[in-house]
Design a protein around this ligand. Structure first.
Ligand SMILES: Cc1cc2nc3c(=O)[nH]c(=O)nc-3n(C[C@H](O)[C@H](O)[C@H](O)COP(=O)(O)OP(=O)(O)OC[C@H]3O[C@@H](n4cnc5c(N)ncnc54)[C@H](O)[C@@H]3O)c2cc1C
Length: 294
């Protein structure tokens, strides 16, 4: 989306009375306890940002990074923010582990930085190109997605089990050992005899996110967490801490922008009712709603 659209919406919200304070980290610059004392209602919309790790030998080698470390730095560099020691794909063989939106962003960014090769690995089965019969419209189908980033190049491999990162003498990653995946007792395991090495100077782990960050909360402000690692909320988006509401990925888990927008609106209606006793604001979705077919 063009930045001008975002800027015009921000201006509109500012003129309506919203105060934006960028560069303030709650839990560090202001404690959650102080925030709660200062405001009658709080909406926690901090996203689902704790990355899922890949605990295989060699994980600590130089050149193995979480996708977001790489993408955030790359964005700052494009914005001209002067990044020191930027992680870059320029002149490198790049492996991206994970076949979702984050992986796709890594593929596109690596190509634009001048990667020598980009290989994308996904552990699951390659989906078909057509909508399966058991997922008719409007269900969300499992299909082979070709995003604009995929059109920029690279190879995609499915049923790929990562076994080990291999090092050069300088402690840098030089390759990833992978195997085909087979199912044993319902579990995905590397198939013996199929191991091979893929050269890599940069490996980006884009295997999803396990939930919102929680370290900054104090005991009295920490909302309870579900068994899936997100903040628990009731059908009015209120968490287990009175007056503290949760919207977007922080409550839903890693999801999509459309859900975050809809949840933000619905949570605003709940906060309005909490403060005023009634509301005329629309509530497009409930926290328990899911996409048809999931
Ligand atoms: C790389 C990547 C690519 C994606 N691609 C797509 C896509 O193509 N299509 C799609 O629909 N979705 C995509 N998503 C998912 C989408 O970005 C999220 O579902 C959506 O942004 C969630 O919105 P949110 O407001 O809940 O959280 P976020 O957008 O994650 O926003 C959370 C905000 O809270 C701030 N924050 C966190 N903790 C604190 C704190 N303690 N103090 C102050 N601020 C804090 C963060 O800095 C951030 O600005 C992608 C996600 C990623 C990571």
């Amino acid at each position: 989306m063009e930045k001008s659209h975002i800027e015009s919406r921000l201006r509109q919200m500012q003129e309506e009375g919203t105060r934006f304070r960028a560069g303030v980290e709650i839990g560090k610059d202001i404690s959650w306890t102080d925030l709660r004392a200062r405001y009658d209602a709080i909406v926690v919309a901090t996203g689902s940002t704790v990355p899922r790790d890949l605990a295989i030998p060699g994980r600590d080698l130089d050149g193995v990074h979480y996708a977001m470390e790489y993408l955030v730095e790359s964005n700052h560099a494009v914005a001209g923010d002067g990044v020191q020691n930027q992680i870059t794909a320029e002149g490198k063989h790049v492996i991206v582990i994970g076949g979702g939106d984050t992986g796709a962003d890594c593929i596109g960014t690596a190509h634009r930085q001048g990667a020598l090769s980009v290989t994308n690995l996904a552990i699951g089965v390659q989906p078909g190109e057509d909508r399966p019969d058991h997922q008719p419209w409007p269900m969300m189908p499992t299909i082979f997605e070709v995003q604009s980033a995929h059109e920029e190049g690279g190879e995609r491999h499915y049923l790929a089990s990562t076994v080990e990162f291999l090092s050069n003498d300088a402690g840098e990653v030089r390759a990833l050992r992978v195997a085909e995946t087979e199912y044993v007792d319902g579990r995905r395991v590397p198939k013996s005899g199929t191991e091979r090495e893929i050269p890599a100077d940069l490996v980006l782990i884009a295997m999803g996110f396990t939930g919102p960050e929680q370290d900054s909360f104090t005991e009295d402000t920490h909302p309870q967490v579900t068994d899936r690692g997100s903040f628990r909320r009731d059908e009015s988006y209120e968490s287990t801490v009175p007056g503290v509401f949760v919207a977007g990925d922080a409550g839903r888990g890693q999801s999509l922008i459309v859900w975050a927008i809809a949840e933000g609106r619905a949570a605003a209606a709940s906060v309005d009712r909490f403060l005023m006793g009634e509301t005329v604001l629309p509530a497009p979705v409930r926290p328990s709603d899911v996409a048809i077919g999931l």
